[in-house]
Design a protein around this ligand. Structure first.
Ligand code: NAD
Ligand code: IPM
Ligand code: MN
Length: 372
């Protein structure tokens, strides 16, 4: 009997449905060449869900996600002005993304920062800095810290407004993500950059203590501590020094977007959000309301998130590699969406859909050749 993989599809908002339409085509091509099936079930999520059903993460979407082997999520969110039309608790970030992460305890967020040699010219950094490309794995803790800590707003006796927002971590929460990072470092170059701020934050002091304990079982891995502010500079001046980087939630949010800038576009940042039982996959970038509806968004991160799912949830390493190769082949042929076109006069600008067409044509040919 051939295998069946159940996937929940959450298209999301703004450019979400546009890039998701290209990403899901990958499943169809693989099915056509392999003795397996993907069962895709689409469900509303984010602002679209709120306007249609009154909830950013409706109960029926939760049930579809619960029943799925893996979840593919498009970006959600609206422009700042449009967001104000939704009550705070149902805005897609608070009402959908964070509850999704909490529901499946997706504590380990894998954000690969990669430019192959043929894509090196996409970076705004000088060729002398980028050299043959970039290959960093940023691991971000995803269910703790400030984003999930207790929050309180109030007014003091003098009538002044105040806010308390707690940065909370337990040692177990810290240990579980560090274990993932050490394992990745062991499998890669045995080098782990620990990004922290222990000169100020007690949370970083605890983080570093736990790191020392975990390190005892990973003596083959060299740990290089780096303060987060210095890391921001080092990423621009010498990204080649990094292999695996690990950090808490907010540091990872900010530095991963900086990494998108170093690559040349946020559209080049896929991700995997991994929990003990389930993982979901999404681009690291947002819903880009400024370019929505124009068929110009870069679908690379969304399609790359499918490649990460194939490898990490379904152990389809060969198929995943063919997806990356197909996308890089399209760039090598000289085609890109407009976000990357400024990097070279020789690039021909294509739409979201045409980029998808070209990836699918290449993937189809590669899969046919691989099974011949
Ligand atoms: P953004 O990542 O959506 O966009 C920042 C810039 O990058 C914009 O100029 C945009 O056009 C560009 N960009 C992003 N992805 C692109 C792509 N695939 N192709 C080409 N260009 C791309 O960040 P923002 O504008 O700050 O946020 C917009 C909304 O997205 C907000 O509501 C925010 O909360 C939400 N958001 C959602 C997620 C998520 O779903 N995981 C992540 C980040 C932000
Ligand atoms: C990301 C996003 C989210 C985060 C928001 C939209 C909740 O910026 O995935 O990087 O802050 O984690
Ligand atoms: Mn972010």
């Amino acid at each position: 009997m051939s295998s069946l993989y159940k996937i929940a599809i959450l298209p999301g908002d703004a450019i979400g449905p546009e890039i998701m339409a290209q990403a899901v085509r990958v499943f169809g091509v693989i099915e056509a060449h392999r003795d397996l099936s993907f069962e895709l079930t689409e469900a509303p999520f984010g602002a679209a869900a709120y306007f249609a059903e009154g909830k950013a993460f409706p109960e029926r979407t939760k049930a579809i996600c619960d029943a799925a082997d893996a979840i593919l999520k498009g970006p959600v969110g609206l422009s700042f002005e449009e967001s104000q039309k939704i009550p705070l608790a149902e805005q897609p970030e608070r009402g959908a993304i964070l509850p999704l992460r909490a529901r499946y305890n997706t504590f380990a967020n894998f954000r690969p920062v990669c430019l192959s040699r043929g894509m090196a010219h996409f970076s705004p950094l000088k060729p002398t800095i980028i050299k043959d490309g970039i290959d960093i794995l940023l691991i971000r803790e995803l269910v703790g810290g400030l984003y999930f800590g207790k929050k309180e707003r109030g007014t003091d006796t003098a009538g002044k407004r105040y806010v308390h927002e707690l940065l909370e971590y337990t040692e177990d929460q810290v240990r579980q993500v560090l274990l993932v990072a050490f394992e990745q470092a062991r499998q890669r170059k045995q080098r782990l950059h620990n990004i922290h701020k222990s000169n100020v934050l007690m949370s970083s002091v605890l983080w570093n203590e736990v790191l020392d304990e975990v390190h005892r079982d990973y003596q083959d891995v060299e740990v290089i501590p780096l303060l987060v502010d210095a890391a921001a500079t080092a990423l621009c001046l010498n990204p080649g020094q990094f292999d695996v980087m690990v950090m808490e939630n907010m540091f990872g949010d900010i530095l991963s977007d900086q990494c998108g800038g170093i690559l040349g576009s946020l559209g080049l940042m896929p991700s995997a959000c991994v929990g003990p039982e389930k993982a979901y996959y999404e681009p690291s970038h947002g819903s880009a309301p400024d370019i929505a509806g124009k068929n110009i968004a870069n679908p690379y991160a969304m399609i790359g998130s499918v490649a990460m799912m194939l490898e990490m949830s379904f152990a389809m390493n060969k198929e995943a590699k063919l997806v990356w190769d197909a996308m890089q082949g399209v760039f090598a042929d000289g085609y890109s969406t407009p976000d990357l076109a400024a990097s070279s006069d020789a690039m021909q600008v294509v739409s979201t859909e045409e980029f998808g067409d070209r990836v699918i044509t290449r993937l189809d040919a590669a899969l046919a050749e691989a099974s011949a």
